[in-house]
Design a protein around this ligand. Sequence first.
Ligand code: G3P
Ligand code: CA
Length: 375
Amino acid sequence: MPATFTKSALLLSLLLGLGHAQAASEPGPSALATRLGIPHPAVIAHRGASFDAPESTAAAYRTARDLGADYLELDLQRSKDGVLFALHDNNLQRTTDVASKFPERKDSPANAFTMAELKTLDAGSWFNAAYPDRARPAFAGLKILTLDEIIDIAEGNSLHKPGLYIETKEPKQFPGIEHDLKEKLQDRGWLSPTASKLEKSELAVGQGKGKVILQTFEKSSLELLQKEMPKVPKILLLWVGEGSIEPKSKVTFAESGEQDKAAYYARQQPKDKAEFQQWVDYAKAQGAIGTGPSAALTQGGDQSYSDLVQPWMNQYTHDQGLLVHVYTIDDAVDYRKVMDAGVDGIFTNRASELLKFYKRPAAASVAQVLQNNGY
Ligand code: G3P
Ligand code: CA
């Protein structure tokens, strides 16, 4: 159960004139995270170590695991023949060679392909072309991964077992995916903690009760996830825009005349305080243990959105007994900014950098970890 005031704590705080947020007996976010089996602060490897290797591939997930990330993050989709797999985009164009393998279907959604078809695609070469300074010959030909394969990777290092942080991506495209996910996690033994001598160690995220966190932007999916897996921690993702928090200004990016999307997003704000608060309240009412808000990045870029981690926002969320895991941050200046603002964990493409920032540096460099894994 999330940390909330007991009646006696509330009475005590009123008697002491502390206001509702300062009751001495209220468990803080750190205690709440610990009770849930979630590291505090948490290192969430966004699509794996996706700065260093092609996102959502074995290279990215093995690297994140072996660096010591707490969680492997993934965007869950379902193939035409019902197999759960990881891919961020709706279609395959940006991160595979679909245009050469299936030219007439290149714009089709990924879910219009069978798993056998998806497995024919090269999900690594695009990275070598896009980031020549980080390219490696072994990235060419990497495959799209099934959820089963990502679970195998999460279980595959005897010294460090990361958890899984699974987003139902565009869940309206996949009716019943919440149930399918439950079945898969249950089959694989991921719906209950695994007894282990490592269980009390901070390295045992993937063996404790916080081994899976479920995340979604969609209210309806949050409700279905809660129905299917009431005991698994859940996060409601937040941003300002259609389907999420209503913006103060209704001017679209196209109408704004702005050239830079990050600059446009950085100016977007919730309509008012109550609009932000009602999304947090909704998350709590549906059984979520926290929120996953966006952040505006100092350097801008395509993962820079509205600043939803202002101190008052995090304070309000904490006051409701919820955690804050912010997405997606890669630079120390922004790590510092959001930690000072009060977040409880960070989605990052650069797990190695965030681990360093948290003074939990990996034992080996990214290059060594990649090499150890044959990349
Ligand atoms: O899941 C958190 C973050 O990943 C949300 O953004 O678009 O990268 O899935 P996106
Ligand atoms: Ca995601």
